[in-house]
Write a protein that binds this ligand. Structure first.
Ligand code: DGL
Length: 251
């Protein structure tokens, strides 16, 4: 199977990392809309329009499946994309909810959703969590983490003060949904903040779980072809990809 991965920028590489670890696809086409990131501060119409434009880009490739790694796109534009796509389109919200359900036995568990402003305003996670019986949910827009992560600050004082700013008044959660592509990169720091006593739900892992349940993968692909595209400065995206994904050389 060949897969497309769409994100507003570089964050979706965290999902690619999980796909590579599980060796599911023979070819991965990645597109990051780096010229227009962040999506998480934009309104629904703009997010849908940008997402449909990205869909047109993916129609140039022979892919079997498109993953919208971006939570903001998954929260707002999935239906519109599905209506116009000649291939399956999967978002990260539903897999994240299923992974949460699988990880937590207690429906009264306190679930904290960390996401962009747009994702939080959409209430996509909250609505789906409620539908699965979770009523003890708090969503928090934590968009400041996005530029901090893009700056490579995965540890240290700036990250720590930002976590204090967002988390200091919160009750200790039982689980945290990392509802933004970037956040798996600071998963360790977040876990540490909550004394390593919290279950973290990661979109990349959740999507792999979802794919393995809904599709049949007959063989492993340890060395997939992988191509990176960006709407601005694709070279910068390729560099980050090589760094984050430990790719020895461009494949
Ligand atoms: N990719 C976005 C998400 O997962 C985060 C960055 C942005 O705001 O575009 O929601």
């Amino acid at each position: 199977m060949r897969v497309g991965v769409f994100d507003s920028g570089i964050g979706g590489l965290t999902v690619v990392k999980s796909l590579l670890e599980h060796q599911l696809f023979e070819e991965i086409i990645y597109f990051g809309d780096t010229a227009r990131v962040p999506y998480g501060v934009k309104d629904k119409n703009t997010i849908v329009r940008y997402s449909l434009e990205a869909l047109e880009f993916f129609k140039n490739f022979e892919i079997d499946l498109l993953i919208t790694a971006c939570n903001t796109v998954s929260a707002y534009a999935l239906e519109e994309m599905r209506a116009q796509a000649p291939f399956d389109v999967i978002g990260v919200v539903e897999p994240g909810i299923i992974a949460t359900k699988n990880a937590l036995t207690d429906p009264n568990a306190k679930v904290l959703v960390l996401a962009t402003h747009a994702t939080v305003s959409s209430k996509a996670y909250e609505t789906m969590l409620k539908a699965r019986g979770f009523n003890n949910t708090i969503s928090k827009a934590t968009g400041l983490f996005v530029p901090i992560i893009e700056e490579g600050l995965f540890t240290g004082d700036i990250l720590r003060s930002t976590m204090d700013y967002y988390f200091k008044d919160l009750e200790h959660p039982d689980a945290i949904i990392l509802g933004c592509t970037h956040f798996p990169l600071i998963a360790d720091a977040i876990a540490d903040y909550f004394h390593n006593n919290v279950t973290l739900i990661h979109s990349g892992e959740a999507i792999v779980e979802y794919l393995e349940t809904h599709y049949v993968f007959t063989e492993k692909h340890p060395e997939p072809r992988i191509k990176f595209f960006a709407s601005e400065n694709p070279e910068a995206l390729r560099k980050v990809a090589q760094n984050w994904l430990d790719l020895p050389e461009e494949k």
